[in-house]
Design a protein around this ligand. Structure first.
Ligand code: PEP
Ligand code: MN
Length: 340
């Protein structure tokens, strides 16, 4: 249930209504927009709540009461009409500027991550990616450097100033990642791991939530709600392709999900064309399309020597390829009234 307050509602009015909800034992969340304040009341719609709604509707500062029938609430556009932004060390996702996150699939060594960080920064990326805890399909492939990798990311940030994004593979990783990195990434394979989502939400850190390999948009937004319900609305959604019958690409990059998500949710949404296609030769075309479709940013795998990468080298751009792509993306962003 959403209680929309009139523009004239005062702080005292807000206190009164939230006090009343507290007395009734409801959990709620207050969202102060530019023109109106919205109080979202959590929990199922039952007869009692219907009755409470009727009482609240009579308050002079209440404009209207609205019932959200979707299973997710805090992340829905019904809850918040304006688009939300997520600020990561001055890089704002969801604004006019597109944010590009680039870097290797995995952190492999000090030299590799520092070289990658310097090169992607030089080309215009605003954030550095790199996996320290890798969720690999085969147990017998490189699993990441773990805590050592995390420390190397911190070093790369110190040298370049780029905020770092890295994946928490289990709830155990969340604390150290939240402490050292700037964004806690939840990978596609973990999108349904609700304990992990809640743990990440509780840190209050920005969370980059990838779409599951076989998740519908609805399931994806429901997963985001687990993070949001911890009081953390710093969520960046990331489309990374879904499994279909097509085998020419590693996954099928569902670019239609971008405008769909933008209708259903206020959260910023970016695109990962690297995992989405699994092919270096296709990454530029899909990255261009992602900007044209209105994404709020990109996550792109870039490696100083893709042919020597310990993971996902076949889909990683070289630093030169990345630089050329950034030039193309700038023109497309400008045509869309945005900038990179
Ligand atoms: C990644 O970005 O490093 C990754 C493993 O991606 P995904 O979870 O989308 O497969
Ligand atoms: Mn990868």
């Amino acid at each position: 249930m959403i209680v929309v307050l009139k523009g004239s509602a005062t702080d005292e009015d807000i206190q009164e209504i939230t006090g009343r909800l507290e007395e009734l034992g409801y959990r709620y969340n207050v969202s102060r927009g530019e023109y109106r304040t919205i109080v979202g009341v959590m929990g199922a719609l039952d007869e009692e709540k219907q009755q409470v709604a009727e009482q609240l509707e009579g308050l002079h500062y209440v404009e209207r009461i609205h019932f959200i029938l979707k299973p997710y609430k805090l992340v829905s556009s019904e809850w918040r009409a304006e688009r939300s932004t997520v600020d990561v060390g001055g890089c704002v996702f969801g604004g006019r500027t597109l944010q590009v996150i680039a870097g290797p699939c995995s952190v492999e060594s000090r030299e590799q991550i520092v070289l990658a960080a310097q090169a992607v920064k030089q080309a215009g990326a605003r954030l550095l990616r790199g996996g320290a805890f890798k969720p690999r399909t085969s147990l017998y492939t490189f699993q990441g450097l773990g805590y050592e990798g995390l420390d190397l990311l911190v070093e790369a940030r110190k040298i370049t100033g780029l905020p770092v994004v890295t994946e928490a593979r289990s709830a155990r990783d969340v604390g150290p990642i939240a402490e050292k990195a700037d964004v806690v990434q939840i990978g596609a394979r973990n999108m349904h791991n609700y304990d992990l989502l809640m743990e990440a939400g509780m840190t209050g850190k920005p969370v980059l939530l990838k779409r599951g390999l076989a998740a519908t948009v609805d399931e994806w937004l429901n997963a985001a709600e687990y993070v949001a319900a911890q009081g953390n609305l710093n969520i960046i959604l990331c489309e990374r392709g879904i499994r279909t019958f097509e085998t020419a690409t590693r996954f099928t990059l569902d670019l239609s999900s971008i405008p769909v998500v933008q209708k259903l949710s206020h959260l910023p949404v970016i695109v990962d064309p690297s995992h989405g296609t699994g092919r270096r030769d296709l990454v530029p075309a899909l990255a261009r399309a992602a900007v044209a479709v209105g994404a709020d940013g990109l996550m792109i795998e870039v490696h100083p020597q893709p042919e020597r990468a310990l993971s996902d080298g076949y889909q990683s751009l070289s630093t030169g390829e990345f630089e050329a792509l950034m030039g193309e993306l700038r023109s497309i962003a400008a045509a869309m009234g945005r900038e990179i």
